[in-house]
Design a protein around this ligand. Structure first.
Ligand SMILES: Nc1ncnc2c1ncn2[C@@H]1O[C@H](COP(=O)(O)OP(=O)(O)OP(=O)(O)O)[C@@H](O)[C@H]1O
Ligand SMILES: [Mg+2]
Length: 492
């Protein structure tokens, strides 16, 4: 039996006179209620604000009249009010519902369902109303939908080897959304597993886009484009299959989140971007500037909405860049927006397991101990300036990306010349060398690069003290992202 049916049945058996169903899926819920009513030999009556109460006159389009008619006529069975949400805060409607509750206690054969797409129970009715939050279709329901769509489109079946991942990726979508995706997929003859997953991610992307402050980050960055940082890469690779069907079925603890802090330009944001392609789950970046902008209601409301939106598209990665600013902390860790900060911590504790949080931080001293304490994030990594071998790797990545012939470069010399450089500076030097050679209409070479390197002053020269402070803070609090870790001899 599906989770939805279990929830509906326990509400009926629990004899709650008023049941508030929180779900945007009217058709699916109605089907569930009808099948339960059949099983319990009860009848179903619906109310909507344009059709009124089924079997009663047009005067019952008015919600109070409808509820009072139910009471006066002593109606029994499962009565479903579809449009009550916008009226719920009117004093007359609240009163009528309270009357229905008292009356319903003497009529166990009647259940009044309030079917609402948002959770908006008036404070004064919270004690009387039994709230059911119905999750989107679970695995069994998704498999049944896939079967249904395949039967309707006999020319197309989802390949057996892709079925499990497709089922997992479809979680979080409503029944209708799953239907649209599957019908679109059926038109892609001979689609590969990756194409199927892309189609599903596109649907999730469009859902999230409606929220305004979550931005889809495409799975475009491969992990081999990240130079050095081997401890971090290994951590990510080891968890590559944790969001798979097998891991879930085996009950393997699912990673909760990762915090990356450290020196600017050393690949923190780039590392986050690689997660989505490595793990094959969509990633959404939370734009906290927009949450705080007031364009979407109060920051607290907007933040809450962002978290519920991301829950609706799980499994997913939620990327929070510069978490210290995002959570409303000032330079010294004082909480400017303390509601947001505390609701985020609570949410991290209780969030659905299929959401992975990837956070980055620059001003680590601004992060209070509550964020860092064990159990919040699975790991806190520190990204330092790259060690010589890592600079070598980063150079090779960016030279290759810019079409250079690696044979023409003296890497020993470049390693020495870039001592104390971060990845962003190395990338910038390669791009400048290429641009200059392009101006002279030739391929770029070692000399172009050494000329540029000679002119750039790395951040570590100007920010020596800050980098030392970050390092000493990180020493006892974070795991080095680089395999050369704390032992690497570095200039700064
Ligand atoms: N380890 C690395 N390997 C390859 N490229 C790198 C590496 N580190 C940095 N880069 C290059 O520098 C760019 C900037 O890096 P990124 O934005 O990830 O740094 P960051 O640590 O997030 O910096 P900030 O703290 O300023 O946000 C990347 O897009 C990438 O091209
Ligand atoms: Mg960054």
């Amino acid at each position: 039996m599906s989770k939805m049916m279990e929830q509906l049945r326990s509400a009926i058996l629990g004899r709650s006179p008023l049941v508030y169903i929180y779900s945007p899926e009217e058709e699916r819920i109605m089907r569930g209620i009808r099948s339960l009513a059949e099983e319990q030999s009860q009848n179903v009556v619906t109310w909507s604000c344009v059709l009124g109460l089924e079997g009663a006159g047009p005067e019952t389009n008015d919600p109070v009249e409808a509820i009072m008619t139910i009471i006066r006529q002593g109606l029994t069975g499962m009565i479903v009010c579809k449009d009550l949400a916008p009226f719920l805060h009117e004093p007359r409607v609240e009163r009528a519902l309270r009357e229905a509750y008292y009356d319903g206690r003497t009529k166990p054969e009647r259940t009044l369902f309030l079917l609402c797409a948002e959770l908006n129970v008036p404070e004064s009715l919270k004690k009387e109303v039994h709230v059911l939050e119905i999750p989107t279709p679970g695995e069994d329901e998704i498999l049944a939908l896939i079967h249904e769509v395949s039967t309707a489109n006999p020319d197309y079946t989802i390949p057996e080897e892709a079925l499990r991942e497709v089922t997992l990726a479809l979680r979080g979508l409503t029944e209708n959304e799953i239907g649209y995706v599957l019908h679109r997929v059926c038109r892609l003859q001979d689609a590969t597993k990756d194409q199927l997953l892309d189609e599903i991610f596109a649907e999730k992307k469009s859902i999230v886009k409606k929220s305004g402050f979550l931005e889809f980050s495409p799975p475009r960055w491969a992990i081999d484009g990240l130079g050095g940082l081997d401890n971090l890469k290994q951590w990510l690779i080891r968890r590559q299959h944790m969001f798979s069907h097998e891991a879930l079925a085996a009950g393997v603890p699912i990673p909760k989140g990762l915090l990356m802090m450290g020196v600017s330009g050393c690949g923190k944001s780039l590392a986050v971007k690689t997660i989505s392609s490595l793990w094959n789950i969509p990633m959404f970046r939370l734009e906290m500037n927009l949450v705080f902008s007031g364009m979407y209601g109060t920051p607290e409301e907007a933040f809450h909405r962002a978290l519920t939106t991301i829950e609706a598209v799980a499994p997913a990665v939620l990327w929070i860049d510069e978490i210290e600013n995002a959570l409303g902390l000032d330079e010294s860790g004082q909480k400017i927006a303390s509601h947001i900060f505390s609701s985020f911590l609570t949410w991290m504790q209780e969030k659905p397991p299929l959401i992975f949080i990837a956070a980055t931080a620059n001003k680590i001293q601004a992060l209070p101990a509550e964020v860092l304490r064990k159990g919040r994030f699975d790991e806190v990594f520190f990204c330092d300036l790259p060690a010589p071998q890592e600079r070598d790797e980063i150079l090779r990545i960016h030279l290759t990306r810019n079409g250079a012939n690696l044979e023409e470069f003296d890497f020993k010399m470049l390693q020495i010349m870039t001592e104390g450089w971060n990845g962003a500076e190395i990338e910038q030097a390669v791009i400048s060398a290429r641009t200059e050679a392009f101006y002279e209409n030739r391929a770029f070479n070692q000399r172009d690069l050494t000329n540029v390197i000679g002119r750039i002053v790395p951040l570590s020269d100007t920010m020596e003290q800050q980098i030392k402070a970050i390092r000493s803070w990180a020493f006892s609090r974070a795991t080095p992202a680089s395999k050369f870790g704390k032992s690497a001899a570095r200039r700064v």
